[in-house]
Design a protein around this ligand. Structure first.
Ligand SMILES: *Cc1c(COP(=O)(O)O)cnc(C)c1O
Length: 390
């Protein structure tokens, strides 16, 4: 019999039970959480669009026109002009012939990998790939081969071992480390082995590359280097949902074969309209990316002055490795007491012994917010010093 009491007790004993904080304000640097005013450094709203007046106005207007729900799947009668216009905007944004909307990034990954691969095929993955890509591999039935994080030689060895149709998939920016995948070398290796490269750019879209076109654009790579690009809309773009962009055949094929596309309700049309507005802001307002880069530099310089070694990252994800889970939690608690919210990320989200504070920055932050974070870090350094190797 399933004994949940026992399982929960074991999880609590291991300090792994999770809890939710109750948020009373929109996304943004200053929030009211659990009844307390707090300065938050943990969202993926990298461009500060999740609570933008123009985006919210689009959502309201489109709700008047389309109502709240789409009512059915895209292939029945849920695919409105709003969805279609967003797909066209995403194709243009990514510089690819076509794009296909999914309701979430998780579903886009499950559906795409599952449509491209089956038994007898091979999926090659970076060890630090997002959980949805790991699950996508399991669900596809393909043979799964992992390689050490960002290790192109190890990836190449797996490519040489692979049989059947082969897909190499990697995060563009790693969600818990903030580093950028070595995409040019991975693309060359995949091509040399007649494999396709798929990039999950959940944390690169909107943030990296000219006009925020993502990590592939950051390296000047295109369709021939990575035939499959997955991007999410709930992070830097500030709404919800995801897309896959590629050539005509890829999208036509996915429309008929991606089960998480076929058997799910289309996102509300109003979300699609709001997303189109957000995408336009994201691509034309370079000042958001410039401000973000200035904040990243300010944080890194300030942390260095305090003797705190942030993990090497050029992206808004700036983790501080602690190691021990209990100590990471203690550091997060100390920051919370100083009015700053930075989450402690612990196993199983990261490897054993790799617990960390995951600091994320947003263009909505001001320089003064980063200074307050640095002051809070300095004040909690007594706690941190105990865990950070000198
Ligand atoms: C957040 C995330 C996803 C899932 O996207 P959702 O739209 O939130 O479901 C997929 N891959 C990566 C790398 C992510 O960080």
């Amino acid at each position: 019999m399933i004994n949940l009491g026992e399982r929960l007790a074991a999880r609590r004993a291991a300090g792994r039970q999770r809890f939710r904080r109750l948020v009373e304000s929109p996304a943004g640097p200053l929030q009211k959480i659990d009844g307390r005013e707090i300065l938050a450094f943990c969202s993926n709203d990298y461009l500060g669009l999740a609570n933008h007046p123009e985006v919210a106005a689009s959502l309201r207007e489109a709700t008047h026109r389309y109502g709240s729900g789409s009512g059915s799947a895209h292939l029945i009668n849920g695919h409105t002009h709003a969805h279609h216009a967003l797909e066209e905007a995403l194709a243009e944004f990514t510089g690819r012939p076509r794009a296909l909307l999914f309701s979430t990034g998780y579903m886009a990954n499950l559906g795409t990998v599952g449509a491209l691969l089956g038994r007898g095929d091979c999926l090659i993955e970076d060890r630090l790939n997002h959980a949805s890509l790991i699950d996508a591999g399991t669900l596809s039935g393909a043979k799964r081969l992992r390689y050490a994080h960002a290790d192109v030689e190890a990836a190449t060895r797996q490519l040489a071992r692979a049989s059947g149709e082969t897909l190499l998939v990697t995060d563009g920016v790693f969600s818990m480390d903030g580093d950028i995948a070595p995409l040019p070398a991975l693309a060359r290796a995949a091509r040399a082995h007649d494999a396709w490269l798929m990039v999950d750019d959940a944390h690169g879209i909107g943030v990296l590359g000219p006009g925020g076109r993502g990590s592939l654009a950051h390296f000047g790579l295109g369709l021939n280097d990575a035939p499959v690009l997955m991007g999410t809309l709930g992070k830097a773009i500030g709404t919800a949902g995801a897309f896959v962009a590629g050539d005509e055949d890829l999208i036509e094929y996915l429309i008929g074969a991606a089960r998480t596309y076929l058997f799910t309700t289309a996102m509300p049309a109003a979300i699609a309209e709001a997303t189109r507005t957000a995408l336009s802001l994201a691509s034309r307002e370079d000042w958001r990316r410039e401000h973000l880069q200035a904040l990243i530099a300010r944080l890194r310089n300030g942390a260095e002055a305090l003797g705190l070694a942030l993990m090497p990252s050029q992206t808004p994800i700036q983790p501080l490795l602690i190691g021990d889970s209990a100590q990471a939690l203690a550091a997060a608690d100390a920051l919370w007491e100083h009015g700053v919210l930075v989450p402690a990320i612990r196993p199983p989200t990261v490897a054993e012994g790799q617990a960390r504070l995951r600091i994320t920055l947003s263009a909505a932050h001001e320089s003064a917010h980063v200074d307050r974070l640095l002051e809070a870090l300095a004040a909690t350094q007594a706690v941190l010093a105990a865990q950070t190797p000198a």
